[in-house]
Design a protein around this ligand. Structure first.
Ligand SMILES: Cc1ncc(COP(=O)(O)O)c(C=O)c1O
Length: 441
């Protein structure tokens, strides 16, 4: 019998046959070499992406808004049309990063000094810095055990200055949108969906990003599909789309966008430059065609892990508000204490199947620049208003968020993992989880 299969069988036998010794305690690791987690998009780079980049080089047209020799570049524009179709929105704007998309979304909604925006306490910095950068005040709400905004903690944080709710769909999971959208409707608030970490996911059959007023995405390397850096914004509101187009291109409305909107009614504003290059547009066109294939592969592998661990006594998964629509991985589960969780991470690493704590984001209320209210200028309006001066951040403002994130561990699952690699993940978790979760402390 092959060694790995033998170990897997032993692990599967579990406590009945006497638990196998953990590698951490001198036992034989499940794998001889560490299982590597690679970014998903670049694993799928092939002739399609190469062809797109080569075409831009050959035509000498890297800038989306001006052509050459009577030709008009169209890769970014084509990507926008294809992305809007995939996300089932009327419009899509390609930008240079997810951060740029967030800042554009906030600007399009006309949010600024004196306004407040609800932001989950755990998310990537940009979700909150986009609010700060426009001079508004981020007000953090707790997450729940889906790792996303807890709908029950939004209303207590609202004031008369609240204008919008930032919903982030983190770690490939979806936020529980229905109650959040209901609160927004009741209170007349706008909803921005930050889909950077769940590109291609859906909620009750609708693509993420299409349910709020504006959705944003990142195409940075660690996201579902990538051009290294990049981002996009979607909306079905022509007025918001026009403002977004103008903001991302120093106030201009390019002919391609003017045509798309049909009847543009806005006027120039002081904007910035978050334009996407034709190189990125071409690569994203190629990657977008692979999006559903990548997601299907991840889901299939993750399902094998769920199925392989389902019978472990007491296992409690991260909550999944829509298991049909999320991207399923990493497969996260809870421990009774942080000590147990940390022991699990350590023991899995020794088995050469590294597990992960919830990552890719930060608990923002405890970041020193937030807790000490530091913008890039001391007179920045975010924290000079009476509310800005009075608000208190820090650990005391988000105890549940800190508790939840300290007790979960997950196993990463990739779209190109072989069946043997998936079996190793299951074998290692089956070997380690019962020992660690059954221990005191
Ligand atoms: C939730 C979330 N929002 C926004 C961003 C910003 O995206 P970018 O890195 O493309 O600026 C990220 C990036 O990791 C993210 O995870």
């Amino acid at each position: 019998m092959e060694r790995r299969t033998f170990v897997a069988t032993l692990a599967a036998a579990g406590s009945a046959a006497g638990t196998p010794r953990l590698a951490l305690e001198g036992g034989t690791p499940v794998r001889q070499t560490p299982l590597r987690g690679d970014y998903w998009g670049p694993l799928h780079f092939d002739q399609a992406e190469r062809g797109q980049v080569t075409e831009v080089v050959d035509t000498g047209m890297p800038f989306r808004f001006s052509g050459r020799a009577g030709r008009t570049p169209a890769k970014v524009a084509d990507f926008e049309k294809a992305f809007a179709a995939r996300m089932q929105t009327r419009f899509a704007l390609a930008v240079s990063s997810g951060t740029g998309a967030l800042e554009t979304a906030v600007a399009a909604l006309g949010i600024g000094p004196g306004d407040e925006v609800i932001v989950p306490a755990w998310t990537w910095h940009s979700t909150a810095t986009a609010v700060i950068r426009c001079g508004a005040l981020p007000v953090f709400a707790e997450i729940d055990d889906s790792f996303n905004l807890d709908p029950g903690d939004i209303e207590p944080r609202l004031t008369r200055q609240t204008r919008a709710i930032m919903v982030a769909h983190l770690q490939n999971n979806v936020a529980d949108l229905e109650p959040i959208l209901a609160i927004a409707r009741k209170r007349g608030l706008k909803v921005i969906e930050d889909c950077a970490q769940c590109v291609g996911g859906s909620y009750r059959g609708k693509p993420l990003g299409s349910l709020g007023d504006i959705g944003i995405y990142s195409h940075q390397a660690s996201k579902t599909i990538t051009s290294g850096e990049g981002g996009a914004l979607v909306t079905s509101d022509p007025a918001l789309f026009e403002r977004a187009c103008r903001f991302h291109d120093v106030g201009n409305l390019a002919p391609v966008h003017r045509e798309w909107i049909g009847q543009a009614g806005g006027s120039p504003m002081a904007g910035t430059n978050f334009r996407m290059s034709e190189f990125a547009g071409g690569v994203m066109l190629a990657q977008l065609r692979k999006l559903d294939r990548i997601i299907a592969a991840v889901r299939a592998n993750a399902q094998l892990v769920y199925d392989g661990l389902r019978d472990l006594p007491g296992i409690r998964w991260r909550r999944r508000p829509d298991p049909e629509g999320d991207l399923a991985a990493p497969v996260f589960f809870a421990f009774a204490t942080r000590a147990q969780r940390d022991r699990f991470l350590e023991a899995m690493k020794a088995e050469n199947v590294p597990a992960v704590a919830p990552g890719g984001s930060a608990v923002l209320p405890v970041q020193p620049y937030i807790e000490n209210k530091v913008a890039h200028h001391p007179a920045w309006p975010t924290w000079t208003t009476p509310r800005g001066k009075a608000i208190r951040y820090g650990a005391a403002s988000c105890p549940r968020t800190l508790d939840i994130l300290g007790r979960y561990a997950g196993v990463a699952v990739g779209p190109k993992y072989s069946r043997q690699e998936v079996d190793d993940i299951v074998a290692a978790a089956r070997k380690v989880y019962p020992v660690v979760a059954g221990a005191a402390g």
